[in-house]
Design a protein around this ligand. Structure first.
Ligand code: SF4
Length: 263
């Protein structure tokens, strides 16, 4: 991690090993190869002054000893699989010659080139229109299933979570406050924050009624409230909540960080 950022505790477990403290050369062998990242802005991945073929071929040859022709063939195939037509022609284009949705497809194709064990996607479809978003979600989900790639999809969009995820972790102020299989968490949320989030989504059943809101603002991570970080906004807060809640498992396959979950 670049200075002044530093890991001061905890573990990052990947395939049974802890990545904290792993030497940089070993991390370089994992990055882009076994673990890939898709950013919200594809220009974080793509170099604006290099053609797409150069970028994809370099990505493959950084981790594998294959000829340029073989790397080119694999790049073309992957562009086709992610829904880019005339892939041979598009390989010769520069990033600025693609639309936003197409650029994001290219960065997803690059992430999938090595059939990684894990892809971390940080709001990758937020900037795209809904039709393109659903096409990309469909393609990514299909390809991850075909290649047995695990996918961590970071998003604020509950509809995307409902359609895409098997399990969900709800985060508040930097900590997971509830986790479990997606349907039970969305249907019967236990944590007051999850409940507030889901309650604030517009639905047909409440037509004409004011939309419920979670009062207050997310606190600064530099100045967190004492005890439970959700306490100043929580309708269930009491004196117990002046302590920091631990994670408990009040229901099968469900974890929650709260003294008074909705059970
Ligand atoms: S611990 Fe208390 S303040 Fe925090 S979410 Fe639960 S009830 Fe609310």
């Amino acid at each position: 991690m670049d200075s002044p950022g530093q890991v001061i505790g905890g573990h990052i477990l990947f395939k049974g090993g802890d990545l904290v403290g792993v030497p940089e050369p070993q991390m370089q062998r994992l990055r882009g190869n076994r673990i890939a990242m898709i950013f919200q802005d594809p220009m974080m991945t793509l170099n604006p002054v290099l053609r797409i073929d150069t970028q994809m071929i370099e990505t493959i040859r950084t981790h594998e000893k294959v000829s340029r022709d073989e790397a080119r063939r694999r790049s073309r195939d992957m562009l086709g699989r992610i829904g880019i037509s005339s892939a041979e022609e598009r390989l010769k284009a520069y990033p600025h010659q693609f639309s936003g949705g197409m650029r994001q497809r290219v960065s997803i194709a690059i992430a999938l080139l090595h059939k990684p064990d894990l892809i971390i996607a940080d709001e990758p479809t937020t900037a795209l229109d809904v039709t393109i978003q659903s096409q990309i979600l469909y393609e990514v989900q299909k390809l991850c299933r075909e290649t047995s790639t695990a996918l961590i999809w970071i998003t604020h969009d509950l509809a995307v979570i409902a359609g895409l995820a098997d399990t969900v972790c709800v985060m508040y102020a930097g900590k997971i406050v509830e986790s479990g299989d997606v349907d039970p968490v969305l249907d019967e949320p236990l944590h007051p924050y999850t409940r507030g989030l889901i309650g604030s989504v517009p639905g047909h059943s409440r037509r004409g009624e004011p939309l419920p809101q979670i009062p207050g603002m997310i606190p600064s991570l530099l100045n967190l409230p004492e005890g439970c970080t959700f306490r100043p906004r929580c309708p269930r807060a009491d004196d117990d909540c002046m302590e920091v809640p631990e994670v408990t498992s009040p229901l099968h396959d469900r974890e929650v960080r709260c003294f008074h979950p909705h059970i």
